[in-house]
Write a protein that binds this ligand. Sequence first.
Ligand code: FAD
Length: 317
Amino acid sequence: MHIIDTINNAPNTLLSLEILPPLKGKKITDLFSHLDKLVEFNPSWINVTYHRSETMFRKNESGNFEKVEIRKRPGTVGICAAIKNYYKIEAVPHLICGGFSKRETEDALIDLHFLGIDNVLVLRGDPPKNESQFEANKNGHNYAIQLVNQIQALNKGIYLDTDIINGSNTNFCMGIAGYPEKHIESPNLDEDVYFTKQKVEAGASYIMTQMFFDNAKYINYVEKCRQIGINVPIIPGLKPLTNKNQLHTLPKIFNIEIPYALSHELHKSKTDKEFETIGTEWLIQQSKELKKLGVPVLHYYTLGKPEVIKNVIKNIF
Ligand code: FAD
């Protein structure tokens, strides 16, 4: 079922989850034991992130360093198919522009279509870790909107190969990313929202937000979107703070603020456990407030912390 239909048919706030594929070399059963703790709460769907390869330097046999391409977390599509098959829950793969030519994207979409996966979260992707700027692949897309356009064309049976006449059409429902505190590269929130509107007009059915820790930022973002005519559901993305490093790393990586009331409390914690308890309690309160506001879905980034997320959602659903 399309995510947008699931949302539109729901009388109450829904629950959805996001997971990362396991590190290469780990078993899929490790992932299932993570999800087993959460599926009892009936998530409406599960998102699976996509991770492009990174360039690293490794010592070779002769003792010299050589540049190698490493993909640490492959398996997004396989995991989505496994989730659908094993749990009978809708799975949403993230699809990025980075590292893909348009033809590779088309082939990936055909694979998804044949597997019966017809929901995707459409993203540009970040620059690789050691590069400061996003660079599209040769014959790839520079912005997520171009990927939305490609998928929209395939939904009409239009393939890159113009020799294909009356091509079989796909049926993808597309979500896109939104940033309540603006995307890190954007000069201001208004411009970022302007480009988000373009993605919606190109065919995206809903927006999923970057994590935020201050509900006022989400409320302000939704208002801004509505003012310029973005009327699709805007799903809040939520994450618990579980270790001290995140106080410094998350604002830097994701261009988000951690409110003083939260950071001040967290600074008082003496152990990791105390830190996690405060982070969890904050997320419970955030979720309760958002649910009261009538948000369509609460989407949790589980990121290897199923027990924490379980603790949160059992207080909400
Ligand atoms: P875009 O919409 O292309 O926007 C990128 C920047 O360009 C923004 O600053 C925007 O304002 C600007 N812009 C957009 N269109 C134009 C235009 N036409 N002209 C000029 N400027 C423009 N990354 C992964 O690698 N894998 C994942 O699985 C993943 N999952 C994510 C899930 C969510 C919910 C979110 C919020 C992010 C996720 N990301 C993921 C990160 C995402 O790929 C990065 O934030 C990326 O830098 C931007 O992606 P986007 O789709 O928002 O890009």
